[in-house]
Design a protein around this ligand. Structure first.
Ligand SMILES: C[S@@+](CC[C@H](N)C(=O)[O-])C[C@H]1O[C@@H](n2cnc3c(N)ncnc32)[C@H](O)[C@@H]1O
Length: 198
């Protein structure tokens, strides 16, 4: 879970995460069982320190990395040194994205909950439209029992709402978990999601 209060900025989070391995969820879909079908284009929504973008570049994907924080984009560009021909970066809020390129893989690690509730349905529709047939979405949503669920600028979902969002896809993984922890201790309630567009 984010080890920092998102209202206090992301640099501490990027520093705390800069040496961890890439997300287990992302590694899972890059294995032989779930490999996305379609083009070699991936999108990393809310790329943060850029570890998942770097992992995708190492696996020979073309990556569009998006984050609203210029420091995140600087970090991802530095990590991609030598592979920048396959990396495109965009500094933008999710709420202001107008379109996403057709992609076989869309990763959103611990990032979509930071989209404002008013912008979330449009963002989800952009993701669904951008995925190629056979393509994979992999990422997280936060549940309504999360400690931060009272933050009006963030998006939280009940189990039923998550199931409704997933209903237009083939569900490869829908795992709900809850617990206490983080560098700034809090109660977290999270959905780990892997979806395939049919
Ligand atoms: C918890 S971090 C996750 C970073 C990375 N995906 C990871 O798993 O380590 C959330 C990221 O989303 C970005 N973010 C938050 N709200 C955003 C928004 N509305 N639009 C675009 N990016 C946003 C933050 O700048 C931050 O880098």
């Amino acid at each position: 879970m984010p080890p920092t209060n998102p209202r206090k900025g992301w640099e501490g989070y990027y520093r705390a995460n800069q040496d961890r391995p890439a997300s287990p969820l992302l590694r899972r879909i890059l294995g032989p069982d779930l490999l996305p079908q379609g083009n070699r284009q991936a999108i990393d929504l809310g790329c943060g320190a850029g570890l998942e973008t770097a992992s995708l570049l190492n696996a020979r994907w073309n990556v569009l990395a998006i984050d609203r924080e210029p420091r995140a984009i600087e970090r991802v560009e530095a990590l991609a040194a030598g592979q920048s021909g396959r990396l495109v970066t965009v500094t933008s809020c999710f709420e202001e994205l107008e379109e996403l390129p057709s992609s076989a893989l869309i990763h959103a690690g611990l990032s979509l909950p930071f989209c404002a509730p008013a912008g979330f349905p449009r963002l989800w529709a952009l993701i669904a439209a951008a995925l190629e047939p056979g393509g994979i979405f992999v990422g997280h949503l936060f549940g309504d029992r999360h400690d931060w669920a009272s933050y009006p600028e963030m998006s939280f979902h009940t189990r039923e709402e998550v199931e409704a969002l997933c209903s237009e896809f083939v569900i490869e993984l829908l795992r709900e978990s809850e617990g206490d922890g983080g560098l700034v201790p809090h109660h977290w309630h999270r959905f780990d999601i892997i979806l395939r567009k049919s």
